[in-house]
Design a protein around this ligand. Structure first.
Ligand code: ADP
Ligand code: ZN
Ligand code: ZN
Length: 738
């Protein structure tokens, strides 16, 4: 309810924030609509405490997008808005964020020499020459801190220069000034050119259009993005580029800025609150044209969005797996549709969803089939390790091949998707294994820098390594089973003492800036052997890597998850893509106990496309996504019985409602497809953090029926007393069954 006019003359605006009373506190809310009637009792309405924004932060169209997301993912709009607002704005801070005051040479000032100043004006000369010097290095705007570092008492002489009309004061943005690098200056090859032209044509039509840009690793997709971005920016439009959460954003920003010669804003997990606020503000007000961001950047309001790009669109990090479970890639397509602009999904190994959309004629297919420049595709080889001698997970032939490669001066990348020292710590006397107390999972042993510890990779719980077996009390009886990257590093360093080994995984890159530091070492070829998890597999450009060894991928062939083969193939191709990216031909060896597995042999012999065709057909025949649509309802609690009853009663409600929907006019029984309601069943990992987890899977050939059904049920779920005893969530288009 509006505050009475006498109290406040500032009126709320749709899309602006207000302080409102909530329980005993005041909280920030966003005005979604102004109405002059209410469904609830007037006495129950509360008065808006204070208006924060007098101008909207979000346009009607942006609000419509948030509403769509709320409905599609069955997430309350309040939670959606929490993802939308940067923390500072959720706390009620002013939306405007101003940068430091800066000074720059005027037109006139740029034409003048320091000699034009009087000989005895020493300070003025110093200030003026500093401007000239910095200008030559590409820094036109100088802040007070720059002066303070070099010149004492710079304020008065600066003022004199301003009076002369040689220098002017400017309001800098919150994004600090910086130097742009020099772009590589490639000429786009014809495949790249065609891809750019297709999208630019759509851009000029001012209409929605979805494109799948499928370009093999090293084919120069980044160059294609940049071509499109230049065209969009030239039209006065802004561009949103989503990238996976793998610590590559800063490098990519630098690459973009070099090409575009303009500031590029970024939003990713490495930023602090004020940096986030700044990027958000500059994009919203149109001061910066290009935003490069990870998943949650999808919600950033733009002043004039004209083009959307999702790099590595198959990447799992686009799916938020907790809380508000959305897919940023899918939302990007919806956003582009609502804003009537083109969207480009890029990948060397597209998701089956996107390939299916191409088959269905919903997406246009753009392909880059050759590597750019001089690089050739690496040669892939399945290494049959059945019966081979294996030491620490590395087979004898692989070890020999590594030695040969090193002797020829090559750089090696070894891929093992398991961090830590050993995944199992076992007592040799009694068979005890270190398990997580809260989860159905083993604790992974980490040796760490100073002290060894056990860590659960599912809930994060840590304990020091026990000195004696908790069961039989034998000391020193432990055996460390299996390999993690930490162990592999030690082993490899032992085998090849004269070469340097570098491990890049979550544990070695935890500190801010560490990722860039380590990948820099790898890139410059200063480490001979790189060992890494999937963090190292994606997107990186290591020009010197000529040999890639993949140690352990067989589990992808036997997982219960129907998406496992797709993930395995994507991972193999992405890791393989790190090899031979410069002049030297690359080689990729994949250790396997299943050298005859049809999916694996198709992938190796015929490539990702042939593999995807085969595996996608299997999925379609089994009526699995992308053929049918799924919604997964998860529930967990300390008492498994309560979870089961919750899901059971939910299931009967759903079935009943489905029947009702069949009987109504809205969905005549002929148009209403079958509903599969599978479960409740135990989650693949039954217990996590002490809670028992079960799930119910809904599947149907028609998406809107599923959504209608769930929307119908939702109020009942919230009202059910059981729903307060269990933690439950709805996962639309689930990517993982965990
Ligand atoms: P992708 O993202 O498709 O794996 P990148 O965009 O990283 O590939 O490009 C791979 C390499 O090829 C980069 O070093 C890039 O500078 C280079 N490159 C891209 N396009 C061209 C081109 N037209 N001519 C020469 N080199 C190119
Ligand atoms: Zn024991
Ligand atoms: Zn755990």
């Amino acid at each position: 309810m509006l505050p009475s006019q006498s109290k406040s003359s500032v009126l709320p605006v749709v899309g602006g924030r207000v302080w409102v009373p909530f329980r005993n506190k005041k909280v920030v809310g966003v005005v979604v609509e102004l109405v002059n009637f209410a469904d609830v009792d007037l006495a129950k309405l509360k008065v808006i405490h204070r208006v924060i924004d007098t101008q909207p932060l979000f346009s009607q169209q942006q609000l419509a997008f948030f509403h769509w997301a709320s409905q599609y993912y069955h997430e309350p709009i309040g939670n959606v808005m929490l993802s939308v607002l940067p923390k500072r704005l959720r706390m009620g801070e002013v939306a405007e964020i101003r940068g430091e005051t800066c000074w720059a040479l005027t037109e006139q000032g740029r034409l003048i020499q320091a000699d034009n100043l009087a000989k005895n004006a020493i300070k003025q000369r110093a200030v003026f020459t500093l401007f000239q010097k910095e200008y030559k290095c590409g820094r036109a705007l100088l802040t007070g801190s720059v002066f303070s570092k070099q010149i004492e008492h710079w304020q008065a002489p600066l003022k004199k220069l301003i009076q002369k009309g040689w220098v002017q004061e400017k309001q800098g943005t919150c994004l600090p000034e910086k130097l742009y690098g020099t772009p590589p200056n490639h000429r786009l090859n014809s495949a790249q050119q065609i891809a750019v032209e297709q999208v630019v044509a759509q851009l000029n039509r001012n209409d929605f259009g979805a494109f799948l840009l499928q370009g093999i690793t090293g084919s120069g997709k980044t160059e294609v993005y940049l071509g499109m971005i230049e065209a969009a920016v030239a039209k006065g439009k802004q561009v949103l580029v989503l990238v996976p959460e793998i610590g590559l954003t800063p490098q990519m920003v630098a690459r973009f800025e070099a090409q575009l010669q303009m500031r590029v804003a970024s939003l990713h997990s490495g930023l602090n609150d004020s940096e986030r606020h700044c990027a958000w503000h500059l994009i919203r007000t149109g001061q910066v044209k290009v935003l490069l961001g990870t998943r949650s950047a999808i919600f950033t309001p733009f002043k004039a969005l004209g083009l959307c790009i999702v790099d590595e669109e198959h990447d799992l990090s686009y799916k938020q797996q907790e809380g508000f479970r959305y897919s940023a890639r899918d939302l990007m397509v919806q956003r582009a549709f609502q804003e009537k602009i083109p969207v480009v999904l890029g990948s060397a190994t597209p998701s089956f969803e996107s390939l299916y959309n191409v088959q269905q004629g919903r997406y246009q297919h753009l392909q880059l089939k050759q590597r750019a420049g001089k690089a050739a595709l690496p040669h892939l080889k399945l290494l049959d390790i059945r019966g081979e001698k294996i030491q620490e997970g590395v087979s004898q032939p692989l070890k020999t091949a590594m030695k040969r490669c090193l002797e020829q001066g090559g750089q090696i990348l070894l891929f093992l998707n398991r961090r830590g020292f050993a995944p199992i710590l076992m007592c040799h006397e009694c068979g005890w294994q270190a398990r997580c107390l809260g989860c159905d999972a083993n604790m992974t042993l980490h040796l760490g820098k100073n002290h060894a510890y056990l860590q659960c990779h599912h809930c994060g719980e840590q304990y020091p390594e026990p000195r004696a077996c908790p069961d039989c009390e034998h000391a020193e009886s432990f055996i460390k089973v299996g390999q993690g990257t930490e162990r592999l590093h030690d082993v490899i360093q032992n085998w090849f003492p004269e070469y340097s080994v570098l491990r890049i995984d979550r544990d070695t890159t935890r500190q801010k800036g560490k990722m860039a530091e380590l990948t820099g070492i790898a890139q410059r070829g200063e480490a001979d052997i790189l060992i890494g998890t999937q963090m190292l597999a994606k997107g990186h450009h290591f020009p010197n890597v000529t040999f890639v060894g993949i140690l352990d991928i067989d589990q992808g062939l036997f997982s219960a998850d129907y998406r496992a083969p797709e993930r395995m193939a994507q991972l193999i191709m992405q890791v393989a893509g790190r090899a031979g990216r410069a002049e030297k031909q690359g080689e990729v060896w994949i250790q396997t106990h299943q050298p005859d597995h049809p999916l694996l042999t198709t992938l190796i012999a015929q490539g990702y496309d042939a593999f995807a065709q085969k595996a996608l057909d299997e999925r379609l025949n089994a009526l699995l996504p992308p053929k049918n649509y799924q919604i997964l309802i998860r529930a967990e609690a300390n008492d498994p019985q309560e979870v089961m009853s919750f899901l059971q009663s939910l299931k009967s409600g759903l079935m009943l409602n489905w029947q009702k929907m069949r009987d109504t006019m809205a969905f005549s029984s002929r148009s209403l497809p079958e509903l599969d309601c599978l479960g409740p069943v135990a989650a693949p990992m039954l217990r996590r953090q002490g809670r028992y987890r079960f799930q119910l899977l809904l599947q149907s050939a028609q998406r809107n029926c599923l959504h209608a059904l769930l929307a119908e049920m939702e109020p009942h779920i919230y009202k059910s007393p059981l729903s307060r005893k269990v933690r439950w969530s709805i996962d639309v288009d689930p990517m993982e069954m965990m």
